[in-house]
Design a protein around this ligand. Structure first.
Ligand code: ASP
Ligand code: MG
Length: 446
């Protein structure tokens, strides 16, 4: 079975939804289709939840009315016949009702917010399934809330997911297209929850690994991964093949094409993951698999809004246990560290989530001198054989002669070198590094 995932833009209008059906109609076998909410809807729902939370009922009620009329327009575009349109309106009614009820209820807690956010995917899949029926496709729906479970840590509970999904699919053996919601799930207490913004990719790879799919195809509006950020650098090249490891590094460090955690389930189950473009469906996209390309340098990506923290202490000299104390502070404040470099008397680290920065600085100050500084970017250089020949590392640093680099992290994995620079230098760094690819030529990436 194939697992296909279409993002918000791919189902963002009636025309785009029709194009998605054109794509799935071409696949002969059975397929499980994971959909995001229509583009903009999750943001709208978040805004509605925020206004209810902030006790701004008039504003919330305006926003709900706007959302409703947006969907009325979508229905007019999607279904020219009144009877079908009425059915669609009936399908959307529980979602609209739920949102209005939250506005009227006297209390509002985090679960209420999650329930509101879940309606985007519930509505997009309802409309899409109906459209498939109109186009006479043999279609059925399975509800993500019936089988995507997370555990106490908010991580997917793979054993339960596999068990429940397998059971749900048994009666659907003859159905060609099975539609489900991305992003949403039930947590270990059985409440509605989600896999965080952009989580539909994750849903697709969780499902792909649970059912041991032949391939997981993530459809977006970008034609696969490129060697560099095309918004910054002109002459980027398409990358047709990536290893899981390279893809994971790239997804995390800013190549906005994939949800960072979504590579893992595919890698574990060894299911190929292909990125495809709805605008040019015939293009091969990018295939992510176990196969390594042996390319020394594959791609460059950047991640902004990074804060650097320097922890300095003479007590670190020849002492053991110091790093444990440092990391304990980050653990206590539930903040993950991206880059780390050490010297004999100092450790430098970076974080991107600064919500608990004041507490972290307080905690570290109890045993060390601490400096923190914002407005950095991590430039991530990814490749399969970065260290096989010294010339690659040499070429990277040679191209950075003019740039003040604050931190360098290399050797952590075979696939990555990370540089920390002030964000004002990011564009220069990305452009300077781009020439590393020019000599390699297009065919290398085919
Ligand atoms: N609808 C959710 C979001 O906008 C999930 C997704 O699209 O992947 O973040
Ligand atoms: Mg997305």
């Amino acid at each position: 079975m194939l697992v296909l995932k279409f993002g918000g833009t791919s189902v963002g209008s009636a025309d785009r939804m029709q194009e998605v059906i054109d794509i799935i109609e071409k696949n002969p076998g059975q397929q499980l289709v994971v959909l995001s909410a229509m583009s903009g809807t999750t943001n709208d729902l978040q805004q509605i939840a925020n206004t209810i939370k902030n006790k701004e009922p008039d504003l919330a009620s305006d926003l709900i009315a706007q959302l409703e009329s947006k969907y009325v327009r979508v229905l007019t575009d999607l279904y020219p016949y009144k009877d079908v349109r009425d059915r669609a309106r009936f399908l959307l009614r529980p979602s609209i009702r739920l949102i209005k009820d939250k506005l009227e209820s006297s209390s509002f807690c985090p679960v209420d917010e999650k329930e509101i956010l879940a309606q985007g995917e519930i509505m997009s899949t309802a409309l899409f399934t109906l459209l498939c029926e109109v186009r006479q496709i043999n279609v059925a729906q399975v509800r993500a809330l019936d089988f995507i479970h997370t555990d106490q840590n908010g991580e997917p509970d793979f054993a339960r997911i596999r068990q429940d999904l397998t059971r749900l699919l048994i009666p659907l053996e003859e159905v060609q297209v099975i539609v489900t919601q991305g992003y949403i799930c039930k947590n270990h207490s059985g409440q509605i929850d989600n896999l965080k913004r952009g989580g539909s990719d994750y849903t697709a790879t969780i499902i792909g690994s649970a059912i041991d799919a032949d391939e997981i195809r993530i459809w977006t509006d970008i034609d696969g991964v490129r060697t560099n950020d095309p918004r910054i650098v002109n002459d980027t090249l398409p990358i047709r093949k990536l290893s899981y490891r390279e893809a994971a590094e790239l997804a995390y460090f800013g190549a906005k094409i994939l949800h960072p955690t979504c590579v893992l389930p595919a890698e574990k189950a060894n299911v190929p993951l292909r990125l495809k473009c709805t605008m040019s469906p015939d293009s091969p996209g990018t295939l992510i698999s176990r196969e390594t390309s042996k390319r020394p340098i594959t791609a460059i990506a950047a991640k902004d809004n990074i804060t650097a923290i320097k922890v300095y202490s003479h007590r670190m000299l020849q002492a053991y246990g110091f790093l444990r104390k440092v990391f304990q502070v980050f653990e206590d404040h539930k903040t993950s560290v991206d880059m780390i470099t050490t010297s004999e008397v100092a450790v430098s680290l970076t974080i991107d989530d600064v919500r608990n920065l004041p507490d972290i600085v307080d905690g570290l100050s109890k045993f060390a001198e601490v400096e923190s500084d914002t407005s950095y970017s991590i430039i991530c250089i990814v490749g399969n054989a970065l260290y096989d020949e010294s010339q690659h590392v040499h070429r990277i640093f040679e191209s950075l002669q003019e740039i003040p680099v604050r931190m360098v992290s290399m050797g952590g994995s075979r696939n990555n070198i990370s540089l920390l620079v002030k964000t004002e230098y990011k564009v220069n760094v990305m452009r300077a590094l781009n020439h590393l690819f020019i000599t390699s030529g297009e065919e290398v990436y085919a």
